[in-house]
Design a protein around this ligand. Sequence first.
Ligand code: ADP
Length: 369
Amino acid sequence: MNHVVGGMANLNRSALQLRNIKKTYREQPAVRNLNLDIKEGELFTLLGPSGCGKSTILRMIAGLVEPTSGEIWINGTRVDTLKTNMRNVAMLFQSIALFPHMSVSENVAYGLKVRGVNKSEIAMRVKEMLSLVSLLEYQDRYPIELSGGQQQRVALARALITRPQVLLLDEPFSALDRQLRDSLRIAFRKIQLELKVTTIFVTHDQDEALLLSDRLLVMSEGEVEDLGEPTRVYDRPRTVFTANFLGNCNILKGRVIGIGPNDIQVSLGRDWKVSIFCANGHTLSAVGEVALGIRQELIEVMNDEYEGEYAFSGKIVMTGNSGSRLYYEIDVPNVGILYTNTPRNGEPHNINSLVKLRIDPANIMLLQE
Ligand code: ADP
């Protein structure tokens, strides 16, 4: 079937495309060779440590930084040759730059005013936007009379009122304290879903990326480490970097003792043999060592008296209790220190006690180094 007519063709069309995008600053590559297809209405996150190139990508889309090579397309129009104000994108930064001498409604109205939209339409759309960000009753206040979270919501309303084709957000919540950040994140996602605005979101915060995104790109040093839906990237990361960066992970060495088309058999520690399923096959052709990841929350810590099957035994060398969770460091002979972090239930284990560790082989991740 060939869906080329009417709405069918638009169902999954790309709102934003990056083609072979590279950016080099003084011969130092910041973005190496990026190809991306962002879908209409999608919230797509660029995640990675400081300096990996996230803001550079966002700025190239916005037109604030010129790519060294490559093309950027928005809804079928090539935009990397256009000035910022011709691109129909809106950008929101961590530091909120509201106009201090303008009221909330004047700030929000600004983008429409400079576009020459008539007064009655401006009034209507400002009201609509302020109600969307729950700030209608603050419309006559000045920025200085608002909290940080309220200011950020005004900034969001101001960015969205021009109905940009792409919304670009650079760490918009990272300057706020935790409770406010948590509530504002969810409020923002609801608005984004309601308006179905295509959004590129930059953050170095793993939780935020997992919580909000339709898809996310994990980057390191200007290169793609992983790209996919949050659950897949968390549960089945491709690389050691991604496994470590998203959540708390133990990385172990395993000795390969057998290779099948969709699984490998490995031996770990003293003599724990497991078969690891690899959904999309693997590229291993010879036995040797492989990197394996085991999430801290997926290791069960049992008393030494436990008589069922277990993966390792060891001694607790460090404990921590955060109220809802227990944290252990366990010294396992022939393996090293394993870290666990699990919901607290039952009596905690004491430091220096011997324990057995249960690990479901299905939770072991085969990783590329
Ligand atoms: P991130 O947003 O992930 O923290 P950036 O995109 O800001 O990363 O930076 C990527 C790399 O490019 C870093 O090494 C940074 O030092 C460098 N860089 C960013 N902007 C400039 C610039 N204007 N001039 C020179 N180097 C820059």
